[in-house]
Design a protein around this ligand. Sequence first.
Ligand code: BES
Ligand code: ZN
Length: 467
Amino acid sequence: MICQRIVCCGKKLARRASRVRARGMTDELKSLYEFLRFPSISTDSAHAADVRACALWLQGKLTQMGLSVELHETARHPIVVARNQHRQDRKTVLIYGHYDVQPVDPVSLWDSPPFEPEIREGKIWCRGATDNKGQMLAHVLGVEKTLREEGDLPVNLIFLFEGEEEIGSPNLAPFLREHAAELRCDVIAVSDTGMVGPGVPTMGYGLRGIACAEVTLRGPKGDLHSGVYGGAVANPATALARLVASLHDAEGRVAIDGFYDDVAPLQAWEREMWQKIPGVSDADFLAVTGSPATFGEVGYSAAERVWARPTAEVNGMGGGYQGEGSKTVLPAQAFAKFSFRLVPNQDPQDILAKVKAHLEKHCPPGVSIEIELGHDGKPYHADPHSDFGKAAQRALKKAFGREPVLIREGGSIPIIQAFREILGADTLLLGLALPDCQIHAPNENFPVANFEAGIVLNQHLLRELAL
Ligand code: BES
Ligand code: ZN
């Protein structure tokens, strides 16, 4: 009890100290704090008003910078578009970001309240600090700084910010189709990915695609006493365990028929290049994850499996008694949620059809199966050595003072491939997240140094892209 009070008191003192320091904060950090305080959780309808308030704040910020701003309503959360005065003789750069964030639970695991930003150990701790508000605002503030210092930008700029990325951007692709002419651009820049380590400038040239599905197995019409009925009828939780186990073979390969049919093989030059990148060895993956061993498809390093190979993951499983102690019950049903990460040239719809066929074929006897297919998005892959790719690398080098590394990303931003298909433009992925920024998890954080570097990076980027 006493211990708890001391810990609590210590935390309060630390918080007060950080508030005191906050008074001496830069204007940039003050803006970020304001932006972060909105609990803009897109998946939770209880937070719809907060998401909207966040969009309105953004509209105000961009307007005050002298840009012309539009707020477009959608079936759920608004899209914010802002532009400078466009001229015929300049290139057009579209910068995309998202102002929505992931849910915060489990709240008890946060060391400070998830929507009260504070700085400790040189990092800003808050939900959305990295994914994506900190990275996104660095772009906005870089533009603000250039406008203040030079009175103009070297390019025609379009800011496109959405509030639905974390729920699969359901309204953005239709918006792109409807407004394709106004959104026409030469290239797109996005800071919503990672750096391989502190101070190592990192350009992404690929993202994995995604396909989600959920399965429910049903047995008896209600929960049963496991002594009275166990052995007489199938247990849906046991059946689920067998079904989930059927997704992989013993060597970590996905065992769904045809799953690898369209996979573009990892290129020799990429493998060679990635082997030289610091901070992405199997030992580094162990250190950052805290797992006792790496595991996955045989013949690939951890980084290769994440960046260039498709995977099947269970994101959640449930059924039966979850409380303290034991309860002798035979559950009436059990469920699992899956996501599949995809690489070029896999097609999410084709994969979902194969997943469905696999689940139906391998469903154990004695239970019924219901499969619900979820959202999906295509993988993305671009040439890192294009003219724009080279320009982005020059900007990264200027901002961080060293040669950038080139990687593909394991995460997904499905709208990036839609940009290419609808707007005809490629995307430069200029990530600022570190491996331990804990995006989507409790204690998300963003180093102040990365935020500041991001502002400078944006300034160099627009200059280099203009050439
Ligand atoms: N910023 C992430 C994507 C990301 C993170 C890419 C790190 C590369 C490195 C984005 O906000 C995200 O979380 N995307 C979702 C996909 C979406 C359809 C739910 C993801 O990857 O799970
Ligand atoms: Zn995210």
